[in-house]
Every structure is written in C-alpha cells, then in structure tokens.
Design a protein. Structure first.
Ligand SMILES: Cc1cc2nc3c(=O)[nH]c(=O)nc-3n(C[C@H](O)[C@H](O)[C@H](O)COP(=O)(O)OP(=O)(O)OC[C@H]3O[C@@H](n4cnc5c(N)ncnc54)[C@H](O)[C@@H]3O)c2cc1C
Length: 385
C-alpha cells in the first residue's frame, strides 16, 4: 500500500534496518521474553535514538516529525520500538529542566547510546493514575536524598543506566496543591549500593521488559535533583506531549502493518472458490480501520506541526494518541478476523502484534483519562476527580 509520507529518506533507511529483523527474530524474543538487544543496538548505532537531542550534545537535533517517522516505520515493518523508544524522549525532561552540569554529564552519552536513560518511574501500585497520591519519598539528608518506596510498571529498568524518578519531597498534607511537593531525581542506578535498589521483572501478555522497583533507603546525591524541588509534576507533564505523539506514531505504524497484511491476505485466500476479500463482510472492517487510521494520522500530523512550532499541543497530542490507539486496535481485530484460524498461529506474527497493540488502550495513558482531559480541559465541563 502507498501512503503519503514525509521524511521519505529516513523512512527508507529505517525500513532497510528493520528488514534485518524479520518476524522470526521477534517471535524468538517473544517466546523467551528476551530483550531485543540486537535490534536496539542497531537503532543506537544508526543514531535514531538520539534523534531529538540537540547537536551541541551530540544528537541529530531532528524535529519531532522525524522521530515520529522513525517509530512509525519500525512498527509498520512489524518490529516493535517499545524496548527503546523512551531513550528518545525521556531525556526531554533533563534537556528542558536539568542543570548545565546534568546536561553535560549525560546528554552526550545518551545521544551515542553509551548511557541509557529509558526508565521512567512514575506509576505506583497504590496510586495508579492518581500520580499526586504516589508514596515514594525522597528525604533530604545533607548532600543527598534518601529514597524509600516502590514503583510498578517501570519498563526497561533492567536495561537502563539512569532512571527518571518522580517522588514526594514534601508530604501531601503540607502543600497547597496536591501536585506540589513532588520532585524529579535523575537516578544513576549504576551507583546505588547493593540492596537499596531492587528490580523485579513482571511477566506480561506481551514481551515488554517491564518491572517493579523497590527503594530501601536508597541514597541519591542532591545533585541528581532535576530543576527545583517540589515542581517535579510540572516537569513530568512537560514531556507528555512528546510521548503521546511518538506512541501515536507507533500505533499508526501498527495499524498500517495490520491493514497491509489483512488486505493482502483477503486477496489471496480462496474459500468457496473465490477470494474471501470479495465478501463485503471481510472488506468493510478493513476499510473502516483504514479510514480510522487515516483520520488519526491527520490528527497526529497536526499535533506534530504544532509541537515543531514550539506550541503546546496538549489537546491534539492526546487526541492523536487516543485515535491512533483505537485505529490500530480496530485494524488488529480486522486483521485477526480476516486470517481466520491462521491469525492465531505464531508464525503469522498477527497474534503477537495483536497482543502488543492492545497495550496502547491502557498505557502510557488510558483512553478514559484522555477523554476526561478533553471533557474537562478542552470542553470546560466540571471536574470528575
Ligand atoms: C506494559 C506496561 C508498561 C508500562 N510502563 C510504564 C513506565 O515505564 N513507567 C511508568 O511510570 N508507568 C508505566 N506503565 C503504567 C501505565 O502508565 C499505567 O498502567 C496506566 O497509566 C494506567 O494506570 P493503572 O494501571 O494504575 O490503572 P488505574 O489507575 O488503577 O486505573 C484502572 C482503570 O480505571 C480507569 N480509571 C481510573 N481513574 C479513572 C477516572 N477518574 N475516570 C475514568 N476511568 C478511570 C483507568 O482508565 C483504567 O482503565 C506501564 C503499564 C504497562 C501495562
């Protein structure tokens, strides 16, 4: 299928790289719940994961449109960028709010891949979506913070050197707004004393390298504080547009993969002596998913355009993420149904991509929370929580 595309040269190069990692590679990783280290190394070596880092720190300083194109192509090729996409954008918090010393110490290494910053510790078991209720604390003691608590769903923590950690530095009952008193620490996990930081993998329905993380009197140098103490929630929020946009691009890539597969198979598979694609019962769900994907793609382009102009496209980025996650899920469903029984066979890759695509209804933000944002912040309806 031909799609109207931007950044065609980058896309072409990404497609070539992805061709070295066919379905067989991903099936093996999935079966063993193994980290796709070779794929991540290839992306790192090609410089794609440093796409958004300014040239002065050794990155490619590309617009977010290019980063979105890279991730979309990875997913359109049947690969999965979840093992490393956070290396692209987690550094944004450090870039925008970190000190010069932090930027000089870490960004060049993140750009060339020698330092991995792809662990993002926000979600906790008891607070869930209500971030301001998180319980992990960082207590200042001289020139360091002592961190205690627990995070859950901290993806890639085992494959990261640094973790961007959100924790409470002032108790909730001592701040005016519940989102005040939270701070961001850039934790160098390589330096933590044994026993103070424990990472336990969580097996999930897809291969995602996600973990739970425990902090037991973990000493973090005060120099790891990003920006001002107590303003961490705002810093985390400031990175959300980029994350929404890039995940949306991955969903668009997934949707294209499912639609390509489904429409090709519908033309090939003959039942009752004619292609199943002649039946409108087969055609229509694929055509509908395609239409939903194209509409979502337009919203994504609008979010990207505004982001690259330096505006704050919270509305567009959230809508793009929701619409493209819905489109990829509709495409996944149509693709599986079109393949009948074969859709369930591992060697077709559809069941694997199907499991992977489901995540984006829930993470990094669930559809309900996006709808609530649109209802309250865009349409001005009363707050529900
Ligand atoms: C594979 C995976 C990887 C992840 N990686 C990371 C990571 O790297 N770092 C990180 O910090 N987090 C990560 N997450 C966490 C993810 O962001 C959360 O799972 C997600 O935000 C939902 O939070 P929750 O699971 O606590 O659900 P809950 O907050 O417990 O919510 C449960 C359900 O209730 C709904 N709900 C809750 N409140 C409301 C409301 N007011 N109105 C309507 N509906 C509501 C939610 O939408 C959801 O469907 C990951 C999660 C998964 C599954």
């Amino acid at each position: 299928m031909n799609y109207a595309l931007d950044h065609t040269e980058i896309r072409e190069e990404v497609r070539k790289l992805c061709a070295r990692f066919p379905g067989e590679y991903w099936r093996r990783c999935d079966r063993e719940q193994a980290y796709p280290a070779e794929f991540v190394a290839a992306l790192t070596e090609a410089g794609y994961l440093g796409a958004l880092i300014p040239e002065e720190f050794g990155g490619a300083e590309l617009p977010i449109a290019a980063a979105a194109a890279i991730l979309e192509e990875i997913h359109h090729a049947g690969c999965n960028a979840a093992a490393c996409h956070a290396q692209m954008y987690t550094m944004g918090t450090v870039l925008r709010h970190g000190s010069d010393a932090q930027k000089d110490a870490y960004l060049p290494g993140i750009a060339d891949g020698s330092i991995r910053l792809q662990a993002f510790g926000v979600t906790e078991p008891t607070s869930g979506t209500d971030t301001s209720a998180l319980r992990t604390t960082a207590r200042r003691e001289g020139d360091r913070y002592i961190v205690n608590g627990q995070k859950i769903w901290t993806s890639r923590a085992e494959h990261s050197d640094l973790m961007l950690l959100l924790c409470r530095t002032t108790p909730r009952d001592q701040v005016e707004k519940r989102t005040d008193g939270l701070s961001v620490l850039l934790v160098d996990m390589r330096e933590m004393p044994p026993g103070s930081l424990t990472i336990r993998p969580i097996r999930t329905m897809m291969n995602h390298a996600t973990t739970e993380v425990f902090f037991d009197n973990m000493p973090v140098p005060a120099s790891a504080l990003v920006g001002e103490e107590g303003r961490g929630f705002r810093y985390i929020l400031s990175g959300m547009n980029a994350e929404r946009i890039l995940i949306s691009a991955e969903c668009i890539g997934d949707a294209k993969w499912f639609i390509d597969r489904a429409s090709a198979y519908a033309g090939e598979r003959k039942v009752f002596g004619r292609p199943i694609g002649q039946n409108q019962g087969i055609q229509f769900p694929i055509a509908k998913a395609y239409s939903a994907m194209r509409a979502a793609e337009l919203m994504l382009r609008e979010a990207v355009r505004l982001y690259d102009l330096g505006e704050n496209p919270g509305e567009e980025a959230n809508m793009a993420k929701m619409l493209s996650a819905d489109a990829s899920w509709a495409a996944a469903e149509a693709c599986l149904q079109t393949h009948g029984g074969f859709g369930f066979a591992e060697e077709y890759d559809i069941e694997r991509k199907f499991r992977e695509a489901r995540l984006y209804q829930v993470a990094p933000i669930s559809t309900n929370l996006i709808l609530s944002y649109i209802a309250e912040h865009v349409l001005g309806m009363p707050r529900s929580y």
